[in-house]
Design a binder for this molecule. Sequence first.
Ligand SMILES: Nc1ncnc2c1ncn2[C@@H]1O[C@H](COP(=O)(O)OP(=O)(O)OP(=O)(O)O)[C@@H](O)[C@H]1O
Ligand SMILES: [Mg+2]
Length: 156
Amino acid sequence: MRLPPVFLITHSPRQTQILGEKIAARLQPGDILLLHGDLGAGKTELVRGLAVGLGAPPDAVSSPTFALVHEYPTRIPLIHVDLYRLPVMEAEFILELEEYWQRPVVVVIEWAERLGEELPEDYLDITLTWTEDQERSLEIRGAGRRGKELAEVCEA
Ligand SMILES: Nc1ncnc2c1ncn2[C@@H]1O[C@H](COP(=O)(O)OP(=O)(O)OP(=O)(O)O)[C@@H](O)[C@H]1O
Ligand SMILES: [Mg+2]
């Protein structure tokens, strides 16, 4: 069954982080989150909330500008991937990602559209859109059983 997407509006970076913390409270090893949205849409703010919710200090998270992948040693290890600098998915990196999907970690991917067809079965998909200076609209969809459970968490 396909559920309709969840639509949310946040009015500050903090509110976007709080959504991340709320999702984090329900995360399980193996969960995957795919983030979409232009530069400055708030993807990293959401990741900051996820990391804090999993037990990292707030300043632990920055954009992985030089590295493609950051791993935070949180309650469940959080793997933060940013594909912005990878215009074409390299076969080697796809294999590396698939390895993560088998590990007891949470994976969150910025610029997830760069994955192309290389999608896992279960994931939470969040698209952030700039609406005003401090306001972002979020469209949240879940794929697979876990994705749908996590989408419901966002709705409540
Ligand atoms: N409601 C909001 N939610 C999230 N960020 C907001 C909001 N309002 C303002 N901002 C600001 O927008 C910026 C979002 O930056 P962020 O690094 O999270 O974007 P990003 O989507 O990760 O971009 P990039 O693709 O460059 O990594 C921050 O400067 C943040 O303070
Ligand atoms: Mg970012």
